[in-house]
Design a protein around this ligand. Structure first.
Ligand code: NAD
Length: 434
């Protein structure tokens, strides 16, 4: 099938690459000419494991190309997939201006029947809004499809090629059938439903996963007070098939470009139909407070006197294996440390450049190695669970620091191992080791 993907970001690029991988002819379009220029030159604008190899394969097979020319890409394609951003507005609602813009550009370019699928996460009713925009600008026939995306950054290629399920929302049976055909090489877990339900499935899924995270974080906070170990508690809970083990990892809470914005957007969606989503409001509140547990733990170590201290931070993105720093907990944590007069020494394997831009203030020294960042520090905070942090030589680490204080915001280290070191070690939902 000839496919155009509009929006060559984390989702659009990976989706386009994967459709090419399974044999389709894909053009990835973006209005960011610098991004397209990089891709045309064989460079990758984001960090995503495995992506480079798949892009090279698609281009070699002549099935994958990149352009800023939306009209000619639309005209040559049967299926147009919209994967533009839907960032949050200040009130939490999804900003649909990129969706509207893409719809207008598609309509102006159409010269015959098209299937138009929305992969971006959009509030219920957006596909109808998009159809109205197109209908108001062209008489060419088209079918709307909701095709929500569930990939996770860091494992995006694997998730796209091995999805748990694919949800297809469509009114037209013929279009739904074509979507089933397109995706059946990837999975037999294909669900065809109406467009509004498909749009809702995406928000409901992210809201539920966020709820699991905030739930286990609250359990962790209680564990700390009652002397239980949240790792054991989560294991015991997760063995119940009705609960399942995933998303029961206590830490400093969720971040990233999806959960924070999608939970807030769903609260707004509910609000528009006069429903107060009380549970989700609490999930968001718990998550926001959880990130500051690191600061509270540091304050405890230094009797509230943080000014003048040097604190090393390992991990700047919201999770490992990504350079995406949107809504990363590290931003608020580091900002608070700086406000308190702390000097921060930071390290992340891939996200430092993006984070530095996002933070946009002085007071942090940036390091190319974890050990270098920890050197001479009064305390070390681990904010992302990169595997390389768990592998570190604890003896060497301790020797390089001014004081052996380790606040583990992601429960990266094994408590038994930590017992054999001289660290004052505090993690999330486990007894602290003095
Ligand atoms: P992104 O910001 O990385 O990429 C969006 C791209 O769209 C940008 O490169 C932008 O320049 C481009 N764009 C905007 N308007 C355009 C237009 N009219 N023509 C051409 N290009 C245009 O965003 P993302 O992280 O890839 O997310 C895209 C959507 O997918 C969002 O709705 C998001 O909620 C959803 N989603 C994201 C993830 C994730 O992990 N990132 C997972 C599932 C769903």
């Amino acid at each position: 099938m000839k496919i155009t993907v509009i929006g060559t970001g984390y989702v659009g690029l990976v989706s386009g690459v994967c459709y090419a991988e399974i044999g389709h002819e894909v053009v990835c379009v973006d209005k960011d000419s610098a991004k397209i220029g990089m891709l045309q030159a064989g460079e990758i604008p984001i960090y995503e494991p495995g992506l480079e190899k798949f892009i090279a394969g698609g281009r070699l097979a002549d099935r994958l190309s990149f352009t800023t020319d939306l009209p000619s890409s639309v005209r040559r394609s049967e299926l147009i997939i919209i994967a533009v951003g839907t960032p949050p507005l200040p009130n939490g609602e999804a900003n649909l201006s990129y969706i509207d813009g893409a719809a207008q550009e598609i309509a102006m370019a159409m010269d015959g029947y098209k299937m138009i699928a929305v992969k971006s996460t959009v509030p219920v009713g957006t596909n109808e809004r998009l159809a109205d925009i197109i209908r108001s600008r062209t008489d060419e026939p088209f079918d709307s499809i909701s095709l929500p995306e569930f990939l996770r950054e860091g494992t995006a290629i694997y998730d796209t090629l091995h999805p748990d399920r694919i949800v297809i929302g469509a009114e037209s049976e013929a279009a739904a059938h074509k979507m089933v055909e397109l995706h059946s090489p990837l999975t037999d877990q294909l669900m065809v439903t109406d467009i509004r339900s498909a749009e809702m499935i995406k928000y409901a899924s992210n809201a539920f996963l966020a709820t699991k995270i905030s739930f286990i974080n609250e359990i962790a906070n209680i564990c700390e007070k009652v002397g239980a170990d949240v790792l054991r508690v989560a294991e015991g809970m997760g063995r119940d098939r009705r609960i399942g083990p995933s998303f029961l990892k206590a830490g400093i809470g969720y971040g990233g470009s999806c959960f924070p914005k999608d939970t807030k957007a769903l609260i707004q969606i509910a609000g528009h139909v006069d429903y107060e989503f009380k549970l989700l409001r609490s999930v968001v509140e718990v998550n926001r407070d959880q990130r500051f547990s690191v600061i509270r733990k540091l304050e405890k170590c230094f009797d509230g006197q943080l000014a003048g201290k040097t604190v090393a931070v390992w991990g700047l993105a919201f999770k490992p294996n990504t350079d995406d720093v949107r809504d990363t907990p590290a931003l608020e944590i580091i900002s608070r440390l700086l406000d308190a007069g702390v000097h921060v020494q930071a390290y992340d394997p891939v996200a430092t450049d993006n984070f530095r831009l996002l933070l946009g203030r002085e007071g942090v020294s940036w390091h190319g190695k974890a050990m270098e960042a920890a050197s001479g520090a009064d305390a070390l905070c681990v904010l992302t669970d990169w595997e390389e942090f768990a592998q570190v030589n604890l003896g060497q680490l301790q020797a390089s620091m001014k004081r052996p204080i380790l606040i583990d915001g992601r429960n990266v280290f094994d408590e038994e191992n930590m017992l054999n070191t001289g660290f004052m070690y505090d993690s999330i939902g486990r007894p602290s080791l003095k």
